[in-house]
Write a protein that binds this ligand. Structure first.
Ligand SMILES: Cc1cc2nc3c(=O)[nH]c(=O)nc-3n(C[C@H](O)[C@H](O)[C@H](O)COP(=O)(O)OP(=O)(O)OC[C@H]3O[C@@H](n4cnc5c(N)ncnc54)[C@H](O)[C@@H]3O)c2cc1C
Length: 291
């Protein structure tokens, strides 16, 4: 099928894009890489009368190291992130998550902001952002605001963004010190969305106790989730006393419900979820111990 007819707009910067979205109202949608939106248009699951293409909008692209954080513009492609030495050095969890997104052809066009705004609960980036305590920057006719990653996804494919509001970028804190990072997922085929996945960041103190950790889950709920009970149980304990299996079990025990679909029953998903959390925890702690 072909998309229904729409008017195409190519604003020159973020302010112009936001003004267009406000003027055109509910019938307008921003488009970035088109890797999620174009299939929805082709299947007529979305029927916007206006597409506001962010591809040429100034001020939304780039990777900047800013002291203890890294800012990444919303329209920065996933391939750029994958190849960035700065991201590999300062936000290794994001660098390691990126090759797991689809295939390189998708990452050539797909953007950070598109992935975050699309808010697929099985996507890697939202879970990484949650695990690392990232902050999202937005712009609307009412001004700019910052939203913690943990508060951004509000339900299945829905976010805190207003229809006339753009995601302009994300700020990832740099976890320095004795830190380790790992992402694990289970997919039916390489490049598929994950049936279940976990992104883990661990910081150890000089005595090898867990001083801080973040566990982001994907594919295990209607939004990306943070395994706060598992994090609390591990924090403050000697890393050798925290078994990966316990972390996985605790992370699954705190989930009230887990989705079931044609790929996995809820029970099987919990089983896989516990395994990916345990594996990611193990690898992250090993890396931190040798940092
Ligand atoms: C075959 C295939 C496999 C894939 N596998 C994976 C995978 O394993 N993991 C994964 O995470 N993703 C996967 N994807 C999705 C891919 O990562 C997309 O790139 C991503 O979900 C959307 O990014 P985009 O830039 O293409 O956004 P678009 O498709 O252009 O937009 C997606 C949505 O976000 C909105 N939007 C875009 N940018 C902004 C912004 N700056 N502010 C506000 N709203 C905005 C749009 O209006 C639209 O609603 C896959 C896609 C395909 C086709």
């Amino acid at each position: 099928m072909k998309p229904a007819a729409f008017d195409y707009h190519a604003p020159g910067d973020a302010d112009e894009a936001v003004a267009l979205l406000a003027e055109l109202g509910d019938e307008a949608r921003p488009i970035a890489g088109g890797q999620s939106l174009m299939p929805m248009l082709a299947l007529r699951l979305a029927l916007p009368e206006h597409l506001v293409d962010l591809g040429r909008a100034e001020g939304l692209r780039g990777i900047e190291e800013r002291g203890d954080s890294v800012w990444i513009g919303a329209t920065t492609t996933q391939r750029t992130i994958e190849r960035s030495a700065a991201v590999a050095r300062a936000v290794p969890l994001l660098a390691r998550a990126t090759p797991l997104i689809g295939h390189f052809q998708i990452r050539n066009r797909g953007t950070l902001g598109g992935s975050l705004a699309h808010a697929d609960a099985a996507a890697e980036y939202p879970a990484v952002a949650v695990a690392l305590d990232a902050r999202f920057e937005t712009l609307s006719p009412r001004g700019a605001r910052t939203v913690p990653a943990t508060e951004f996804s509000t339900g299945v494919y829905s976010t805190d963004l207003e229809p006339d509001e753009l995601l302009t970028g994300a700020v990832f804190p740099v976890w320095s010190g004795r830190c380790g990072f790992a992402i694990e997922e289970f997919t039916r085929r390489s490049g598929d969305f994950a049936v279940a996945g976990a992104a883990v960041a661990v910081e150890l103190d000089a005595g090898s106790c867990v001083s801080r950790c973040g566990i982001g889950l994907f594919g295990l709920g209607s939004t990306p989730l943070r395994a706060t009970a598992a994090e609390a149980a591990a924090t403050g304990s000697p890393s050798g006393d925290v078994t990966p299996e316990d972390v996985g079990r605790t992370a699954m025990a705190e989930l009230e419900s887990v989705p079931a679909d044609l790929h996995a029953s809820a029970g099987y998903r919990r089983h896989i979820g516990a395994a990916v959390v345990a594996r990611a925890w193990h690898r992250a702690v090993q890396e931190a111990a040798h940092a």
